[in-house]
Design a protein around this ligand. Structure first.
Ligand code: ADP
Length: 174
């Protein structure tokens, strides 16, 4: 698997899958979620509503992932995953790792070969960037998958530099 870091907007990525840092309502929100629904058009929200009416009546649980159409985005699918809100008193890193693992599992099931991730939980959910990068990169590297290309799309220069530093620190894969 090849891991690349890019600075930019996840809604512009031409990977098979773009991952959405959703909230459990699946009905949209700010940050990445807002951008994906704005640019992807109403089809994505329509499918999210169907998922709420069928499989996820109580919302998508934290750490899980589910796919919808990508609407008008260049990608083929959006995979929605719900990151944990960062907590000082409780270690929720297993749930953040689960977002990456489950998203890759769902992507693999769809037959996707390339996936773009945002830095899940580092916005409104307040996860410190360096710790989030360690969990994101460490988890993705440890997953056994047919996905060939994983792209982390970092919105600002600090996020990009932090991911770069952590990735360098992890050393070569083989
Ligand atoms: P969460 O609720 O999981 O914290 P947010 O969407 O608030 O999710 O933020 C997650 C990360 O995504 C933040 O680092 C934020 O700067 C970044 N981000 C916001 N918009 C975009 C975008 N269009 N493309 C890529 N990353 C984005």
């Amino acid at each position: 698997m090849k891991i690349t870091l890019v600075r930019g907007d996840i809604t512009r990525q031409d990977t098979d899958v773009v991952v959405n840092a959703a909230n459990s309502s699946l009905l949209g929100g700010g940050g990445v979620d807002g951008a994906i629904h704005r640019r992807g058009g109403p089809e994505i929200l329509a499918e999210c509503r169907q998922l709420r009416a069928s499989r996820f009546g109580r919302g998508l649980p934290t750490g899980q992932a589910v796919a919808t159409t990508a609407g008008e985005l260049p990608a083929r699918w959006v995979i929605h995953t719900v990151g944990p809100v960062h907590s000082v008193g409780e270690d929720r890193s297993g749930l953040l790792a689960s977002c990456y693992r489950e998203s890759l599992r769902v992507a693999d099931e769809l037959g996707a070969r390339s996936v773009a991730f945002p830095a899940i939980s580092t916005g409104v959910y307040r996860w410190p960037m360096e710790d989030a990068a360690r969990i994101a990169l460490g988890t993705v590297r440890s997953v056994d998958t047919r996905i060939e290309d994983v792209r982390f799309v970092l919105f600002d220069v600090v996020a990009y530099q932090t991911f770069e530093q952590v990735l360098r620190g992890l050393g070569p894969t083989d």
